[in-house]
Design a binder for this molecule. Sequence first.
Ligand code: ZN
Length: 209
Amino acid sequence: MSGDIRRQIAALGASFHARRLTHGRTGNISARLDDGFLVTPTGKSLGDLDSDELSLVALDGRHLDGPRPSKEAFLHAAVYRARPGARAVVHLHSTHAVAVSCHADIDPADALPLLTAYYAMRVGRLPVLPYHAPGDTALEPVAEAAAACDHAFLLANHGSIAAAPDLATAADIAEEIEETARLWLLLHSQPTRPLTPIQAAALQPGGGR
Ligand SMILES: [Zn+2]
């Protein structure tokens, strides 16, 4: 089973990289196992992952096996501790999600309106966590508290985090955030009509189809 998950992580990284949802060596992907979680290693492009070269990390952040983990592995650990049902986490520095995370006009309690039904179902609410320098573990308790309430959020001036019961759904959520951020930026300064509360209430927030 771990072999399948390893191959899924490598395939997902290659797919994100080919579609320019990551650049350089940014972004990381993880999946929960019985004894911790597998996460992409530090200094490695998601486009060039080796399924046999992933890091195993405990939920308390200890490096257990494999290459040195991403220095953002503590964010994944925080999400897994806060969300027992989460078995996969995707963190991307995708362009439009980062653009929204830098925007002065967003509500930090919920960055994007419910523009489409799929966004409402897969994401629902998208808080923005305050800026921290890369690798600053002061973000860990902040992320853990946010993940206890929401399965997806933005990190200010940084990127998106999406948690789900499986890798494919976590990827769907991260991609939905990126596409809705792009839509919102396209519509910015244009009159916009989001879903009404009644339309939104008829959907299942956070559900992945
Ligand atoms: Zn990052």
